[in-house]
Design a protein. Structure first.
Length: 307
């Protein structure tokens, strides 16, 4: 991965420690550093910040409010030996900062005990710290990473998310452009949206795509439906009794049935996905919540699914 070196690496530690902003009034919160720390001070891949900010909304959103500047700090390394990576460079975004903050704010937050499986391939990774600056002088750090398993938490020090946005952060760091790339196939998108920790389908979706597991090359394996159908099915799913997701289920046996993935699109922001495992219990899973599948919901999903 190409890494720019837009700041010198020989900054004295004393100078780094001396330059700080306070995220609130003195005594209300720990200092938020104004420059990139010289090292990634954690063994975690992503999921670390040098200080949590005392800003309204940090419990529910990774980036609340409307910051006007984003300082991106890069710490490349190897995921088999995480911890202590040195600062390799930084980039400051101004005109792209608002879009970056908005998209990160759309990510769903998750408790640490929510199940989150990852593959275990060894390889390169880059930790990132992003310092969002607000017009009133306050600041907030967000920590994330890009790594070979496409895994790792992202956090502001108070709220965290299991969503993976590493490639978009790398593009912003290397090219100065915040540009999340939508999937070529909507059925393969991440489907992570704020509110999925509280409702199976949050908000008011504008369209529904029902996807069958593609066991063959040629479509159709997806079918689209309008807003009214999307909202009616969302209401049915939201009526189910949910529990925090462990992202596992117990096989029920019987004849195997292909899984179904529901993609709810919105006029603004990312889609929300719900996976239906017909031969498993609990069968309904959005990554943060799980629920058993009752007959009316099952029948409606099967009616909406492609053959």
């Amino acid at each position: 991965m190409r890494l720019s070196t837009s700041i010198g690496l020989g900054l004295a530690a004393a100078g780094v420690c001396a330059a700080v902003f306070l995220s609130g009034a003195v005594g209300e919160s720990p200092p938020v550093p104004a420059t990139c720390p010289q090292r990634w001070d954690s063994d975690d891949i992503g999921g670390w910040v040098p200080a949590a900010a005392d800003i309204d909304g940090v419990e529910k959103s990774l980036v609340p409010g409307s910051p006007v500047k984003a300082l991106i700090c890069a710490y490349p390394g190897d995921n088999t030996r995480p911890g202590g990576e040195r600062l390799a460079g930084s980039r400051t975004l101004t005109d792209q900062a608002a879009a970056m903050a908005r998209d990160l704010a759309y990510l769903p937050v998750a408790d640490a005990d929510v199940g989150h499986g990852c593959t275990l391939m060894g390889g390169p990774m880059t930790n990132y710290l992003i310092r969002f600056a607000y017009p009133d002088g306050r600041a907030l750090w967000v920590g994330g990473a890009e790594e070979v398993n496409r895994c790792g938490r992202i956090t502001n020090g108070t709220a965290s998310s299991n969503s993976y946005v590493g490639p978009a952060i790398t593009t912003a760091y290397e090219d100065g452009i915040w540009r999340p790339v939508p999937p070529e196939d909507p059925c393969r998108g991440p489907g992570d949206r704020r509110g999925q920790d509280e409702l199976m389908v949050p908000g008011r979706p504008g369209r529904l795509t029902v996807c069958r597991d593609a066991t063959y090359v040629r479509p159709p394996y997806r079918k689209r439906h309008n807003r009214d159908i999307a909202r009616a099915l969302a209401a049915m799913l939201n009526s189910l009794d949910t529990v925090p997701s462990e992202n596992t289920c117990q096989g029920l046996g019987g004849a195997p049935q292909r899984g179904i993935r529901l993609i709810f699109d919105y006029p603004q922001g990312p889609a929300a996905a719900v996976n239906i495992s017909m031969n498993c219990a609990p069968a309904v899973n959005n990554g943060l919540l799980q629920a058993d599948l009752d007959d009316p919901v099952r029948d409606q999903i099967l009616r909406l699914a492609p053959p």
